[in-house]
Design a protein around this ligand. Structure first.
Ligand SMILES: [Zn+2]
Ligand SMILES: [Zn+2]
Length: 437
C-alpha cells in the first residue's frame, strides 16, 4: 500500500522524550473515531491505545503508527480496532484487550475486509493479517493489572458496550486514564463506568455541549410508538448496529412488550452469542439470554420471509447500508402502515441519512422513494455533556485531554466549562506531539 510504508511515512518524532510524558494522536485527536494514541515516557516505554478506521465512504485511516511492542484496544468498534491487524503484521505487536473484544475482533476485521473489497477501497492490511492479529491477542480481565516495563496497566469497565474497557496507566509519578468510548449510565447490557482518581485524563468528548434525553422518557416514547404501529397492523423495522444496539433493543422490547412478535437478523446474532459466552462482561446475563431466546432469530430465507409479518424486526445494518435491513426495507416499503425506527446516529452518505433528509434510499443499486413514516430515538451509550463533566470532576485530574470529538461544535463547550472550573484542558490535533510534565 502506497500510503503506508512502515518506518518511513510516520510523522511520530524520532527523538526520545526528554522529560514528562509525550502523547501523539495518529487519529481521533480532533475527530470522532479513527483513534490511535501513542503515549511515551523518558525511559522510551511506549504504548499505542486503539488503532481504528472511520467507517465513512471512503474510510478514513489514522496516520501510520511508529514501532510499538504493545497496543491496547479499548473495545470492539471498528473506529477503535479497524487498523489493528496492521500492527502485528508489521511490528509483531501484542494486542491487549478483554476476551470479549478479542473474540468479536475477528468478525469486525472480516467485515472491514469484505466492505473494502466490495466497495473497492484500499486497506493497508491483508486478509491473512487477520489470523496473525488473532494470534497476537493477550487478554485481560477487568481490574487485573499487568506490567509493561516501569508501568502498571489495567483495564476497567467503561460501560458503552460489553467488554469495553478504560485503560489505567500507573507510573512512578503519575496515574493516567484513557476512557476510550465510555458512559457512566447503565444500559440494558452494561453497568456504567466509575470515576478513578488520576493526574492525567484522556476523555472522549463525542457529546460535548449536548445532553441526552431522560432515558426512561425516551424508552416510554419508543414503546408507545412501537405499540401505535403494531396496533394498526404495521411492522416496525429497527435498523440497529450489531455490536451493542441490537441486544439493547431486544432487551427493551422483551421487558416492555413481551406480547409482540419480534424477529432479529444480521451480524448482531453472532455478536449476541459471543456476549453470552463471555457473560462476565454483561450487567445481567440471564436477561440477555431470556430476551435472546424470546426473540425469533432469522436464520434462513424462509425465516426472512416469515419475518415480514412480524410486529418488529431488529436488523443490521444500523445505518441502512446494506445487510438484511435493506432487504426488509425493500419489501416493507410498499405498505404505508409499516414504519422505520432509527435508534442511533445516521452518518453522512448513509442510507439512513438519505431517508431522513430526502425520503430516498439506494436499494440494490437503485435509488428508491420511501414514503414510510420514520421516527428517531436516542439510545446512545456515550456519555452526554453532563456525564462527561461530572466524570471529570470526580476523577479530579490536573490535565484533561479531550479527544474523539468534533473540534468545532462539541469540544469548545467542554473546554469552556472545564477552564471556568480551573481545570487545565488540552485540545489535541492529529499528527502533533505534546508533552505533559
Ligand atoms: Zn468510538
Ligand atoms: Zn464505540
Amino acid at each position: 500500500m502506497v500510503f503506508y510504508n512502515p518506518g518511513r511515512t510516520t510523522d511520530y518524532p524520532a527523538e526520545p522524550v526528554e522529560s514528562g510524558y509525550r502523547y501523539h494522536y495518529l487519529g481521533g485527536g480532533d475527530e470522532v473515531g479513527n483513534v490511535g494514541i501513542v503515549l511515551e515516557d523518558e525511559t522510551t516505554n511506549r504504548l499505542l491505545l486503539d488503532y481504528g478506521i472511520a467507517p465513512t465512504s471512503p474510510p478514513k485511516y489514522p496516520k501510520e503508527s511508529p514501532y510499538v511492542k504493545n497496543a491496547i484496544i479499548t473495545h470492539s468498534h471498528v473506529d477503535h480496532l479497524g487498523m489493528a491487524p496492521w500492527l502485528p503484521a508489521n511490528y509483531n505487536t501484542n494486542l491487549h484487550g478483554t476476551k470479549l473484544t478479542a473474540d468479536i475482533s475477528h468478525m469486525m476485521w472480516n467485515d472491514c475486509y469484505k466492505i473494502s473489497s466490495i466497495e473497492k477501497y484500499p486497506l493497508p492490511w491483508d486478509k491473512r493479517d487477520i489470523d496473525l492479529a488473532m494470534d497476537s491477542w493477550i487478554t485481560h480481565e477487568f481490574n487485573q493489572p499487568w506490567e509493561q516495563e516501569n508501568w502498571q496497566l489495567s483495564l476497567v469497565n467503561a460501560g458503552h458496550i460489553p467488554g469495553a474497557g478504560m485503560l489505567k496507566v500507573e507510573t512512578d509519578n503519575k496515574n493516567i486514564l484513557f476512557t476510550g468510548d465510555f458512559d457512566t449510565r447503565d444500559s440494558p447490557l452494561t453497568n456504567g463506568a466509575k470515576p478513578h482518581n488520576v493526574d492525567m485524563l484522556f476523555i472522549e468528548g463525542t457529546y460535548g455541549g449536548r445532553d441526552h434525553a431522560n432515558q426512561q422518557q425516551e424508552l416510554n416514547r419508543f414503546i408507545e410508538n412501537v405499540i401505535r404501529v403494531t396496533d394498526k397492523g404495521g411492522t416496525v423495522l429497527i435498523p440497529a448496529f450489531a455490536n451493542g444496539r441490537t441486544q439493547d433493543m431486544l432487551i427493551r422490547l422483551y421487558q416492555n412488550c413481551p406480547e409482540l412478535d419480534v424477529h432479529v437478523d444480521g451480524m448482531g446474532k453472532r455478536i449476541t452469542k459471543l456476549q453470552l459466552e463471555n457473560s462476565q462482561f454483561l450487567r445481567d446475563p440471564n436477561l440477555l439470554n431470556d430476551a435472546w431466546n424470546w426473540s425469533k432469530r432469522v436464520s434462513s430465507k424462509s425465516d426472512r420471509k416469515k419475518a415480514l409479518d412480524a410486529d418488529v424486526i431488529v436488523s443490521t445494518s444500523g445505518m441502512l447500508q446494506g445487510g438484511p435491513s435493506i432487504w426488509y426495507l425493500n419489501r416493507l416499503r410498499h405498505d404505508i402502515e409499516n414504519e422505520i425506527f432509527f435508534t442511533g446516529y445516521q452518518a453522512r452518505d448513509t442510507g439512513g441519512r438519505k431517508l431522513q433528509t430526502e425520503s430516498k434510499v439506494d436499494i440494490f443499486g437503485k435509488e428508491v422513494d420511501i414514503s414510510l413514516n420514520w421516527e428517531s430515538f436516542s439510545f446512545s451509550t456515550h456519555a452526554g455533556h453532563k456525564e462527561i463533566t461530572e466524570f471529570i470532576y470526580s476523577c479530579d485530574p490536573q490535565d484533561v485531554i479531550i479527544y474523539h470529538t468534533d473540534p468545532n461544535n462539541a469540544r469548545p463547550h467542554l473546554v469552556e466549562e472545564l477552564e471556568n472550573n480551573g481545570i487545565t484542558t488540552h485540545s489535541p490535533e492529529n499528527g502533533k506531539s505534546y508533552i505533559v510534565e
